[in-house]
Design a protein around this ligand. Structure first.
Ligand SMILES: [Zn+2]
Ligand SMILES: [Zn+2]
Length: 194
């Protein structure tokens, strides 16, 4: 057994954003609580040895598994991360555009309501804030749209970053060949499916 198989798995985050920032793609695990993100960075990610950080994307139908782990200088507080997520446009853009390197940073995800945003802010329904009725429970004014309440989100990136160079996209047939991915699925998928 490799030492990596004893690292606990962590999935208590809300998703992953992919953003251009500082001329490089950024992979941004998202948290709702800034303090939680900051302490995870301090305890777990900061002690990671950059060149050993592995980031894997296992594609299964319309979803993908985000899987991330690393060797560390502080084994007592090490964690490996995973999350099953739907493929998105930003994910596909990252897959095509990363060029073998990316920054890892954490992000804090904040929901915004109609009162918090400018008129041209875009709602989850794809229509702008000014197309939502401020008087009557923020419903979207487009006839074809069934959005009942304006909602959008903002991502604030924490400043600290790590450089990712070991990035792989895998399909189901490859999963047994990658120890980190195989450990993750055994611990978090196969053992829980019954
Ligand atoms: Zn809307
Ligand atoms: Zn709408």
């Amino acid at each position: 057994m490799s030492s990596q198989s004893s690292v606990p798995w962590y999935d208590d985050f809300v998703g992953v954003a992919y953003r251009y920032y500082d001329l490089r793609m950024n992979v941004v695990p998202l948290f709702t609580d800034r303090k939680e993100a900051a302490s995870l960075w301090h305890d777990t990610i900061h002690p990671w040895v950059d060149p050993s950080i592995k980031i894997r994307f296992l594609e299964l139908d319309d979803n993908y598994w985000f899987i991330m782990g690393s060797d560390t200088q502080k084994p007592d507080t090490n964690l490996s991360f995973f999350k099953e997520l739907p493929k998105s446009e930003n994910y596909e853009r990252f897959k095509k555009g990363h060029g073998g390197e990316a920054y890892l940073r954490l992000g804090v995800y904040a929901k915004k309501s109609l009162g918090d945003v400018k008129k041209d802010a875009v709602c989850d329904c794809s229509h702008e804030a000014q197309d939502h009725d401020e008087g009557d429970g923020d419903i979207c004014l487009f006839n074809s749209c069934d959005c009942k309440k304006f909602s959008s989100f903002q991502v604030n990136l924490l400043k600290k970053k790590k450089i990712l160079t070991d990035i792989k996209f895998l399909e189901e047939k490859d999963m047994k060949n990658d120890p980190l991915v195989w450990n993750c699925l055994n611990a978090n998928k196969f053992s829980k499916s019954e």
